[in-house]
Design a protein around this ligand. Sequence first.
Ligand SMILES: [Ca+2]
Ligand SMILES: [Ca+2]
Ligand SMILES: [Cu+2]
Length: 183
Amino acid sequence: MRTYLATASLTILAALMPPNVHAQTTHFVDVGPGFAFTPADIVIQVGDTVEWTWQGGFHNVESGTGGIHDELFRSGEPTSVTGTVYAFTFDQAFVNENPVPDNVYNYFCVVHVGLGMTGSVTVITCNGDLDGDDAVGLSDLAILLANYNSTNSGYFDGDLDTDGDVDLSDLAILLSVYGTTCG
Ligand SMILES: [Ca+2]
Ligand SMILES: [Ca+2]
Ligand SMILES: [Cu+2]
């Protein structure tokens, strides 16, 4: 009975929580001029767009790991035309149709993958939800506080602004979405 009441209470609570929504933004990644994507590893919110811009060298962008294309996204054949732009939007439909572990979408330059020219896009589908229950609440706050003042942290440790550490700015973000639900 107690379990039933707790479950029912949570269900009612979830229905009352506002949805977890955010403004869509564009993230910029440089392709070259050396054998690198800069920044190589980015964290974005679902619905955001990543825009790669060629800064020099002969490169492309294609999803996959170890030089094996997984056919999720690809800029086309390698090009050396500086100023070339390739944009891809990681929306909910894309994530649903192409699930990958921890929502980490890896990519590489087919010419220079052997030189370590790789990158990744981590897509957050529920901002502030650190334990993956599609709601932002006390358990997520507890995770953030447990890692408070830590460095070299990841998003799911509570580094919500992905600047490498867990501090007041991350707490502010979590509180701004506290009580929201996703999915
Ligand atoms: Ca949660
Ligand atoms: Ca941070
Ligand atoms: Cu390259």
